[in-house]
Design a protein around this ligand. Structure first.
Ligand code: GDP
Ligand code: MG
Length: 442
């Protein structure tokens, strides 16, 4: 597999002090393949590789890194910089109503994303949001927007297939003004492929609406073709942001790089499910790992070296070997090390996908919340209680629960999880943990 190939290269390059024209070639060839396999468009790949090469040449290889690892670091940083530049949240700096115009091909996810963003603006930014559909070619599309707008808790402005898109836009704008909406979101028609009539129509909508955001919605599964779609929309409209949808699919998401390069607009959000809450702020760091497809083990190596306290892991291992028990302090330190490695979601991203296929984004969010809550609970215990969890009887649990602002059941749940971990640790007898740390490069 690709990861194997890259890891092999990383190994063969070990022991060289600097990235040179000589040792960089093979590695860059693998990176190029990784990007092409992730469906980044060819011209974009060429540019990217040229930039990486320029940045990498002469780079001193610091610490215990091999030149290969250092190069992966350069690649990773460049990917993050390319995909991540720009402001993420929706810009609403306009005389209300701030208008958001949605653009993209049919099936890209415009209507769904309209509702997702409406929900986001209502819940996170306390805005009053109106939606309207200018998709007069498919009556079902107008109904679809009505349905998802209701789910989002926003208001929907009626339109019908007999009207001109321009008139719909003006009527909705007028209504939004008179009823003091903060935001008007205008969903538009898409076609299966770019056509001039469609582009003329959305240009006209742009002219009458003067939107503060013109969002290009693009399907991450579209692959190589995304670059042409992006070019066409970029030529027609001054795009202010991109939403990359269907990242819950199994594409490697290389479209992000192509679209970012071609449009110059920041990728603001990622669609991660069909459901109305399936919207995430685009995370370039995380996405870079996915595009490279080796984010996995190599990024993990870097993070382990950067963040994890090898000494305390060693101490823990010694302690387990010497037979003294794994207590809540150790449990807490494990939790905080996990957080240093980029949180559960970050960690899961870096493991081979077959291991994590079952863990969806929602599970990850929940897991991260659980970890924070666990920390809060353990932090509310006294040092003695952490060393001797058997002291934790009902009254102490009540005090801890009150201190952490949770129910006593939650304290019990943490103690159960701790006991499970303790059991696992006994089985591993210490050696296992150090072996694991070694494997991760610590
Ligand atoms: P439009 O033609 O651009 O308005 O696209 P729609 O919003 O109607 O979406 C087309 C299809 O893609 C629908 O079946 C949506 O449920 C689905 N969809 C949209 N966004 C996402 C996403 O982020 N993930 C998944 N899995 N499906 C999505
Ligand atoms: Mg639609």
């Amino acid at each position: 597999t690709l990861t194997d190939r890259l890891s092999r290269l990383v190994k063969t390059m070990r022991g060289q002090a600097r990235i040179t024209e000589d040792n960089v070639q093979d590695m860059l060839r693998e990176v190029r393949m990784a990007l092409l396999e992730a469906d980044v468009a060819l011209p974009v790949v060429r540019d990217f590789i040229a930039r990486v090469k320029e940045k990498a040449l002469g780079t001193e290889v610091v610490g215990s890194l091999s030149p290969g690892q250092a190069l992966v670091g350069v690649v990773h940083r460049e990917l993050v910089a390319t995909m991540g530049a720009g402001i993420s949240d929706i810009n609403l700096a306009a005389q209300p109503p701030a208008v958001i115009l949605m653009a993209g091909l049919q099936g890209a996810g415009k209507t769904t994303t309209t509702a997702k963003i409406a929900k986001h603006l209502i819940e996170k930014r306390k805005k009053k949001v109106l939606t309207v559909s200018a998709d007069v070619y498919r009556p079902a599309a107008i109904e679809q927007l009505k349905t998802v707008t209701k789910q989002a808790g926003a208001e929907w402005f009626p339109s019908d297939p007999g009207q001109k898109p321009r008139d719909i836009a003006l009527a909705a704008l007028d209504y939004a003004k008179r009823h003091y909406f903060d935001v008007l979101m205008v969903d538009t028609a898409g076609r299966l492929a770019i056509d001039e009539a469609l582009m003329a129509e959305i240009r006209e909508l742009h002219a009458v609406l003067n939107p503060v955001e013109t969002l290009f919605v693009v399907d991450a599964m579209q692959g190589q073709d995304a670059i042409n779609t992006a070019k066409a929309f970029k030529e027609a409209l001054p795009l202010t942001g991109v939403v990359l949808t269907k990242l819950d699919g199994d594409s490697r998401g290389g479209a992000a790089l192509s679209v970012r390069q071609v449009t110059g607009a920041p990728i603001k959000f990622a669609g991660v499910s069909e459901k109305i809450d399936g919207l995430e702020v685009f995370d370039a760091e995380r996405h870079a790992g996915r595009v490279l497809g080796m984010g996995d083990i190599l990024a993990l190596v870097e993070q382990v070296q950067a963040g994890v306290d090898v000494e305390s892991a060693q101490k823990l291992a010694d302690k387990l070997r010497s037979g003294s028990g794994f207590d809540l302090n150790d449990f807490l330190s494990q939790i905080s090390q996990m957080k240093k490695m980029g949180g559960l979601a970050g960690l899961m991203d870096k493991l081979p996908s077959q291991m994590t296929a079952k863990a969806g984004a929602a599970d990850m969010d929940r897991a991260e919340r659980d970890v924070r809550r666990m920390e809060g609970i353990i932090n509310s215990m006294t040092p003695l209680e952490r060393r001797k969890p058997e002291l934790l009887k009902a009254s102490r649990k009540r005090r801890i629960a009150a201190g952490a602002g949770v129910h006593v059941q939650e304290v019990n749940r943490v103690l159960n999880q701790f006991e499970q971990m303790q059991g696992m640790m006994k089985k591993m007898k210490g050696g296992g943990l150090m072996k694991m740390m070694k494997r991760m490069g610590g």
